[in-house]
Write a protein of this length. Sequence first.
Length: 326
Amino acid sequence: MENFAVDRRRDARGVWSPLIRTPPSSNRKAPPLKPPPLLLRNHLCRRPSLLPGMPSGPVDCVGVTGLRPRWLLTTKTTTPMKYPRKSQAAFLREARKGALRPPRATRPSRRMAPSIAANTKHRCEARHCFRSRHRVGRYCREHGARYWETGDPVALNIGPRMWRPFFQQAEKFVTQHLVDDHAAISAAVRWITNEIKAAESPTRFDDPALLDYWSALLRVHRSGIEATELLARWVSGELADDRFTGEPGPRYASDTHAAHQRARLLLYVKPLNRPAWAKCQVEPQASRGRTRLLWRTRAFAFERWNSALGLLAVKAADAIRQQHQQ
């Protein structure tokens, strides 16, 4: 059997030809192979963004043979594109769906444009900010992003170092009343245990906020945090509220800021009173996935816990303050 060499050539249109096998001893050039034409009609190219870089008019393209036109082989940086072999029907189907269309920049719709133009003329509602509002929001771009992140356009997130002294007081209070078999504390621990069991075996899948809350609670539990510590976190969030106690400098700027900060404390992954490796489970754990809590997750978690354990947290925080005053 004769040995054949592999040669790649271009035709007159600048298109790569298929692999041409010629004998090494022969100086005669093999005749160029004509690829089967794939005509992309002009009605597919009514919008210029449908097929970027494609010349107008019918183009000989590849279907089965693997021939590709030059505008599919190179990009602006002259980097070869990985374009798989596809049939003519599949290529036309993707072209009609817009799969080859580059992502368009987000633009306001015609109905929203007057509202956005009128709203951007007003000043941002954040304190000491003279910038204009962003789109249809109440704040500028910077304060709006902070509002969605912390619950307040000016206040910042509260870190674990500030939470730790309140958590130690609340944990001591909860542990002492669990030893005394207090009815309300025991019922609260049972409710939190049922919440963890519901997160481990979810039964509803129609509420995205509930699913995000369950996944965040399960992620916290798999980090070695039990129901007693979760209850101490909830009580410490109420204990840190100094807006009505006369202490200088309130930690919570508003009710919304307090709700979101308490939800962040509740669903904080790492333990607060000991090293993170001290109580982790021995068996291998699944990946944590998304650790950043969304606005809807924080709001849903606070409303769920406040409706069940809100009065208990207020009573426990008042009792802890009275103990320290004595």
